[in-house]
Design a protein around this ligand. Structure first.
Ligand code: UT7
Length: 324
């Protein structure tokens, strides 16, 4: 027998305010046509003053609890992936713990930017397998609009705000491929490329969060290369084949990156969950947002094999394979 980390419920939250590409044409020198062609994004949701990372993450967790038929009192631990925490400290995880009235347990944030959710799942899986966690909320929540330079058209048209979460529970498995739960995860980073996507400020330098600076073409090239490598690695690790994948749920940054990754993997686009047209790049929130959409709309079903992949600032990247 082995212990598996199984996703048993999902939830998400998007701010009410929607900003379309046409709205952005009034702010910077851009066009709906350019944004759609280059990125696939049509709308993004923009948080109001109360919709902080902690607030949105809490809302996503409440949806998870509702789906699971549980309350905060049933939750042991909370791991949050975010780059846009409400405060430098304490973590968003402890805020959510308090907001949902969860008891004393493990609660911490993970910072791997757009790969954050994949990292958080990998860490949660390891801790479940070593018996340290039993029933954990894994959350991705981001208020990217707070770190955008609204005069920089190369970045401000691409990002949005939102949150997604899953309930990850320890369950006994047989150890074979038919088990529900996480079968493999891979996490990577290459700090040599930290200057192609970063913020131009921070707590210990400018005492301000800074704004996103991105050398898009270089990030694009790295994304295409590293994502195809990591997808191969993660499949080898769990001894599954490309044909075994029912759904690819990629980080939602750019439709051209997603299509290239799917093609390299030999997965047709009707097996790829794409939600970026509706919410743009929400960093660590994008995979759980897409998963929750796919779960609630009945696309992804129990026992389907799902592959998550993401790449972000750092450069960090990673992938997870699981049976839903
Ligand atoms: O989530 C973290 C990971 N991030 C990513 O994966 C993002 C990766 N990169 C990308 O998605 C793409 O590189 C972008 C969507 C950011 C840009 O697409 P691109 O095809 O690489 O365009 P580019 O940066 O080469 O720019 C092409 C042209 C430039 O004009 P010139 O120099 O050819 O005259 C830009 O100045 O498009 C111009 N441009 C714009 N035009 C209208 C750049 N931003 C805009 C804009 N509207 N918003």
């Amino acid at each position: 027998m082995v212990t598996r980390a199984v996703i048993t419920a999902t939830g998400s939250y998007l701010p009410e305010k929607v900003m379309s590409n046409v709205d952005l044409e009034k702010i910077v020198d851009t066009s709906d046509e350019w944004i759609v062609q280059r990125s696939g994004i049509r709308n993004r949701h923009i948080a109001n003053d109360t919709e902080t990372a902690g607030f949105m993450g809490t809302k996503a967790c409440e949806k998870v609890l509702e789906m699971a038929g549980l309350t905060g009192a049933d939750i042991d631990d909370i791991i949050v992936a975010t780059t846009t925490a409400d405060k430098t400290f304490p973590s968003v995880a402890v805020q959510i713990q308090n907001n949902i009235s969860a008891p004393v347990g493990v609660a911490f944030d993970v910072q791997a930017v757009c790969s954050g959710f994949v990292y958080a799942l990998g860490v949660a899986d390891s801790m479940i397998q070593t018996g340290q966690l039993k029933r954990v909320l894994v959350v991705g929540t981001e208020r990217m609009s707070s770190i955008l330079n609204w005069e920089d058209r190369t970045t401000c048209v691409l990002f949005g705000d939102g949150a997604g979460a899953v309930l990850l529970e320890a369950q006994e498995g047989t150890g074979d491929k038919s088990d529900r739960g996480i079968h493999a995860s891979v996490m990577k980073a290459n700090g040599a490329y930290q200057d192609i996507l970063y913020t131009d400020g921070g707590v210990s330098t400018t005492q301000l969060s800074g704004h996103i600076v991105m050398h898009g073409k270089e990030v694009f090239k790295k994304a295409v290369g590293y994502l195809s490598e990591v997808v191969e690695d993660v499949l080898v690790k769990c001894d599954l084949e490309q044909d075994d994948i029912d759904w690819l749920i990629p980080h939602q940054a750019n439709i051209r990156i997603i299509e290239t990754a799917a093609k390299k993997l030999g997965v047709s686009m009707d097996k790829v969950v794409v939600t970026l047209d509706n919410h743009g790049n929400t960093s660590a929130a994008s995979i759980p947002l897409a998963l929750d959409y796919a779960n609630r709309s009945g696309k992804v079903k129990k026992n389907d094999v799902v592959l998550f992949e993401a790449l972000g600032g750092g450069i960090t990247w990673g992938a997870v394979v699981l049976r839903f």
